[in-house]
Structure formats: C-alpha cells, structure tokens
Design a protein around this ligand. Structure first.
Ligand code: PEP
Ligand code: MN
Length: 345
C-alpha cells in the first residue's frame, strides 16, 4: 500500500501515520521529496485498511497495491479457470455457446428452439423462468413450471441448462432444476443473492450490471467465490450509454481487460448488449476475437410471438449461420467447443 501525504502535511502528522503503521506490526518506508511525501507499506493489507488512514489529517490518498478481489484475481491464480457446467467446459480454451429464448414460454416452443440450437452446435440451453422486467405488468415468467420445462427439454436434448434466479428465496428451488444459475445485470450487486449462490455448488453466470465498473463486477464475483463456490463465469452484456442506436454499449475492451485481471472465464452477450439481430453476429465474432470464452445469444423460432425480447432474437437459421462462423473463428483462436455429454437429438 502507498500512502500519499498532502504537501502541507506537518512532521507530526507524518509521524502519526508512521506510528499507526508500526502499531499494526508493519514496516513503513518513508520517502520525502521536495513536493511530496509518500509512505510505502509492504505486508498484510487486511491489517491496514485505507479508510482509517484517509481519516488522518495530512493524508491525501491511499493506493492499494493488491486488487481487493483476492480470490478472483489472476495474481492469486495465474492459470485460467475452467468451469464445468453439467459436463460442458467453459474457459481455458473452451468456448461456451449458450443459446435459447429470453423466457421459457411452453414445452413445445422450448423443444423446437432446443432442437435448432443443438443442431447448430450450441452446448448450453438458456431460458428464463423468473424474468426481471422493468414493468410489473409485463410477463414475469412461468416460475417453477418454467424451470420444469427447461430441465425436461435440456435432458431430452442432452444440453445443460442455465436460468436466472432473481430472488435469494428461490436459490434452492432453481438449484434443483438448473446446471447454472444466472445472476442478471439488475442483481449484480444483490449481495444476499450472490452469497446464497455462493453457498451452492452450481456454476454461476454473473452478468455485469449496466452501470457497474469492472472493479464492482469482480467484487461481486468475489462474493460468490468467498462462500466457497469457485464456478463463476462472467458475462459482459453491455453498459448504459448515451446513444440509443444500440440497446446498451457493448464494452468489448472490458473483456480484454478482465482477461488480464482475473482467471475466471468471461463470455459476451451481444443480444442484450446491442438489441439488434443485424449486428449480433458481427459482435459475437468480435467477442471471440477479443478473447471471450463464449457467447450468450437469444434465439426464438417466432420472435413476433415472443413474450420478452422478441426484437433482439436471432432466428434459428441465423444462429446456425453464426455458429458456423464461430467455429471458424474458434479454430483461428486455438479454442475448442466442448460438446454436451447428452443424447443425440
Ligand atoms: C436475460 O438474460 O434475459 C436478461 C434479463 O439479461 P440481463 O440481466 O443481462 O438484462
Ligand atoms: Mn432477454
């Protein structure tokens, strides 16, 4: 940790900071320049917290040297993590191709979509049973009936399933049906929900909040990891911007940055990021090119009848065309796509 003192800090104030550091059993290193005085401290940063130091008169800034997300950081774990989602591997060179409708609507529709995404080469099926809607009057999802449909269809097509959990009280229930728990953008900082997900042994798909910094996002991952669940996959899904030309702003640079900061796999959701089927394929390929460990794409066989997010859904044939290009891109990038363990269609 580096403690930067104000230029007008008195000798007594500098002395007070030195004593405070020593009282914690740490060794301060004082460096006095003409305009600035800094104190470097090597040692357990848990003992020396920034906030009390900032409250000392004369202290201008406290700069931690280590990232606050200890378990998520690549320094703590240099090897890229590989997460097992019902037998499908994501991370460390394995791409996750997650696809399906925004919401589970009926068993027939789910079957038709699952059949098409499986033959296109997707390895994980998605579908929301609890939908976080802006309006309380919009379709809220089928709840447990939706979970049952998703599980049944996933098993029928041999695809592991991911679905969103919006409420800590439902974590146990969703865990009974899903291979992976999705924590949505709106709940990225629901710390009770993160903690509950961290107490399960299910893989967690942690979406980036629409106004969250990379640091906020990794701290949320840390909540899950700190409970003992190391199966976290991050998902960049666009952040708020000022231009409505796309639904959100797909922050692909953050994907490259995050790859350096953490060992956790990171995938990209160009559907919610852009809201535009015409550019979802290009953004998916760009995501793989920038180093993402997969893409999460909404697919619907009749978007005009979709109960949510119809306008951004790819048609099954568009998705099949995209996965063909993703396979080529994967080869270029030296990545593989782990096939689902399950039965053939
Ligand atoms: C979704 O995946 O359908 C969803 C609601 O995503 P997000 O939380 O990214 O908006
Ligand atoms: Mn959606």
């Amino acid at each position: 940790m580096i403690i930067i003192l104000k230029s007008e800090a008195s000798d007594e104030q500098v002395q007070h900071v030195l004593e405070r550091v020593e009282s914690l059993g740490l060794q301060p290193h004082l460096s006095r320049g003409t305009h600035r005085t800094i104190i470097g401290v090597i040692g357990d940063e848990d003992k020396l917290r920034a906030e009390p130091l900032l409250a000392i008169p004369g202290v201008q800034e406290v700069v931690p040297v280590l990232p606050p997300y200890k378990l998520a950081s690549r320094e703590a774990h240099p090897e890229s993590s590989v997460v097992d989602i019902g037998g499908v591997l994501v991370g460390g060179g394995n791409l996750g191709l997650i696809a399906g409708p925004c919401a589970v609507e009926s068993v027939e529709r789910m079957r038709s979509i699952a059949a098409s995404i499986k033959s296109a080469g997707a390895n994980i099926l998605r579908g929301g049973a609890y939908k976080p809607r802006t309006s309380p009057y919009s379709f809220q999802g089928l709840g447990e009936d939706g979970l049952k449909i998703l599980r049944e269809v996933g098993d029928e097509f041999g695809l592991p399933v991911v679905t969103e959990v919006t409420d800590p009280r439902n974590v146990e229930l969703v865990t009974q049906y899903a291979d992976m728990l999705q924590i949505g953008a709106r709940n990225m900082q629901n710390f009770v929900l993160l903690t509950e997900a961290g107490r399960t042994d299910k893989a967690v798909l942690l979406k980036r909040g629409m106004s969250a910094t990379v640091n906020d996002w990794l701290m949320s991952a840390e909540y899950v990891l700190s409970q003992g669940n190391s199966n976290v996959v991050l998902c960049e899904r666009g952040i708020k911007g000022f231009d409505s030309v796309t639904r959100n702003v797909l922050d692909l640079a953050s994907v490259a940055v995050v790859k350096g900061l953490t060992h956790l796999p990171i995938i990209v959701d160009p559907s919610h990021a852009t809201g535009r089927p015409d550019i979802i394929p290009a953004c998916s390929l760009a995501a793989i090119a920038v180093g993402a460990d997969g893409v999460h794409v909404e697919v619907h066989n009749c978007p005009e009848e979709a109960k949510s997010d119809g306008p951004q859904a790819l048609l099954p044939e568009q998705y099949a065309q995209l996965t063909k290009q993703i396979r080529e891109m994967a080869q270029l990038m030296g990545k593989s796509i782990s096939p689902p363990l399950g039965a053939a269609t």
